[in-house]
Write a protein that binds this ligand. Structure first.
Ligand code: NAP
Length: 277
């Protein structure tokens, strides 16, 4: 299994399963649990969820999928910004733990920045860590200057990752955030690595996929994983999609592939504000 090192030195799976839009419809429940279980069977070692997804429904789907194999899955969940206060984050985490039917969340993130000071959220995260309710904490949707700001708050250097949008069609973080995080030995967790499906019809991507006898999605995911400090979390509710995406684990893109993809999906030419969806 491909892994990425977090600041504590622990190695964390580089390929994970997203869960946004899961847990919203009872009619999809069984298929979603099946898709996550299949992903775990095929070697995805991490699941990304959030209290926001299905207003807790996605965490309940995850609980079913990891039943009987909790110890072999790295679970990431996130707190809403409006719950990320000194007391609110503790209560939100306890609700997530109950829905996930587990005693600890491996990585707990602030979903995006709201009005509660980062220092207060960090204090709550450190308390949760001391209590053993979470093992690592991190941030989501923080841009380069906000990562700097975080380093200056008490215990802010304990941040273990920044989860941000990153896919072929959205390469803005390559300008400065990527190196900033690398220098801090903090992984980037790439969300929407398939551009929510929107990039998969590109002719160059399809040609490279044909060359490697995989689906375009596998190429798109493998591209995000070409850097050794990136975790990628594609979401798939369909079993055929999960199978296609699992092929990214062993796919290595060559120099020709990478330069063709650079031409089709150019890297940033200047600093843009971080995109958030
Ligand atoms: P994504 O993973 O880029 O794309 C998901 C879409 O692609 C779904 O419609 C899925 O369809 C489709 N798909 C999956 N595999 C495919 C394949 N092999 N071929 C064709 N289509 C395929 O988008 P995302 O869900 O926005 O991002 C992934 C995860 O990142 C989320 O689920 C969530 O966990 C996390 N995220 C975090 C934030 C944040 O603010 N921190 C924001 C966005 C996302 P099916 O589901 O029908 O299979």
């Amino acid at each position: 299994m491909r892994t990425v090192t977090v600041p504590s030195g622990e190695r964390v799976p580089a390929l994970g399963l997203g869960t946004w839009k899961m847990g919203e419809r009872a009619s999809e429940h069984a298929a979603e649990v099946t898709a996550l279980k299949l992903g775990l069977d095929l070697g995805f070692g991490l699941i990304d969820t959030a209290e926001m997804y299905g207003e807790g429904g996605a965490e309940e789907i995850v609980a079913e999928a990891i039943a009987g194999r909790r110890d072999s899955v790295f679970i990431v969940s996130k707190v809403y910004p409006h719950n990320a206060s000194r007391k609110g984050a503790i209560a939100a985490c306890e609700r997530s733990l109950r829905r996930l039917k587990t005693g600890t969340i491996d990585m707990y993130l602030l979903h995006w920045r709201g009005s509660i000071p980062l220092a207060e959220t960090v204090q709550a995260f450190e308390r949760l860590k001391a209590q053993g309710k979470i093992r690592h904490w991190g941030m989501s949707n923080l841009d380069t200057d906000e990562i700097d700001e975080l380093q200056s708050v008490p215990q802010g250097a304990g941040c273990a990752c920044d989860q941000v949008i990153y896919h072929l069609g959205q390469r803005g973080i390559e300008w400065s955030l990527m190196d900033k995080c690398r220098n801090l030995k903090m992984p980037i967790m790439a969300y929407s690595p398939l551009g929510q499906g929107g990039i998969l019809r590109n002719a160059v991507l399809r040609r490279i996929a044909d060359k490697h006898a995989v689906a375009p999605a596998a190429v798109a995911i493998a591209w995000t994983l070409r850097r050794d400090h990136v975790i990628s979390i594609p979401k798939a509710s369909r079993a055929d999609h999960v199978r296609e995406n699992a092929k990214a684990e062993s796919l290595r893109l060559d120099a020709d592939d990478l330069s063709e993809l650079d031409a089709a999906f150019p890297p940033p030419k200047d600093k843009q504000p971080l995109s958030i969806i």
